[in-house]
Design a protein around this ligand. Structure first.
Ligand SMILES: [Zn+2]
Length: 63
């Protein structure tokens, strides 16, 4: 069975995970141009219902 030859050191393992977490954080969310809330890129903003400067829907205020 193919196996890694050496155990990966704590520092090497943590360095790998650090860059991976940073990538995830930076790429998973963008800022809405209309209300400047965090939103998913290339999706309609869940806060104001805007996409590309147009109102796609008007979110009803949840009581
Ligand atoms: Zn918005």
């Amino acid at each position: 069975m193919p196996n890694p030859r050496r155990k990966i050191s704590r520092s090497k393992r943590d360095k790998r995970r650090a860059s991976w977490a940073a990538k995830l954080k930076s790429s998973s969310l963008s800022i809405c141009e209309n209300c400047s809330e965090m939103k998913i890129p290339h999706h309609v903003c869940p806060h104001c219902g805007y996409y590309k400067g147009k109102s796609v829907y008007t979110p009803e205020s949840v009581s």
